[in-house]
Write a protein that binds this ligand. Structure first.
Ligand SMILES: [Zn+2]
Ligand SMILES: [Zn+2]
Length: 152
């Protein structure tokens, strides 16, 4: 399955799902302001894991009055209702992922490209002697390395 999108290319996957980001906002009784709508549209089905800055740059082309601060506010709202995930992958800024399926990430340490990795990881658990009463609710794997484009 071709899940890797070229930069700037939105895949149809996710974009047409009935539970798109706009619909999820509505489910949480949030009014669909033009600012929210534009951020939702740019993120829906977007597999690039854009930063707020990247989204702001794209959104500004359509709505020049939109501030980066507002983009952050909308993103935090979407995170709050569980529609997207905010990821700190060590690329310098938070990256936002609308993929609702459980998945891991691969990160290019040269260009900062982030892609989803979908596979059933073998169950990982804390070694009992280091657990110290910790209750594990999830494990996220990050594969770091150099992407195909950067290796050329
Ligand atoms: Zn992701
Ligand atoms: Zn790269």
């Amino acid at each position: 399955m071709a899940t890797l999108a070229r930069p700037g290319v939105r895949t149809t996957e996710g974009a047409s799902r009935p539970n798109g980001l706009e619909a999820q906002l509505r489910q949480h009784r949030r009014r669909l302001t033009p600012q929210r709508a534009i951020v939702c549209r740019l993120l829906d089905g977007n597999l690039e894991h854009p930063s707020a800055e990247v989204l702001h740059r794209r959104a500004s082309a359509e709505m020049p009055t939109l501030s980066l601060r507002t983009v952050y506010a909308v993103l935090h709202e979407l995170v709050e209702i569980g529609a997207i995930r905010a990821l700190d992958l060590g690329t310098g800024s938070a990256r936002f992922c609308p993929n609702p399926r459980p998945h891991h990430h691969m990160v290019c340490t040269r260009c900062g490209r982030v892609r989803d990795v979908q596979f059933a990881a073998p169950p990982l658990d804390l070694p009992p002697d280091q657990r110290r009463g910790f209750w594990v609710t999830g494990v996220d794997l990050v594969f770091r390395g150099v992407c195909g484009e950067c290796r050329r």
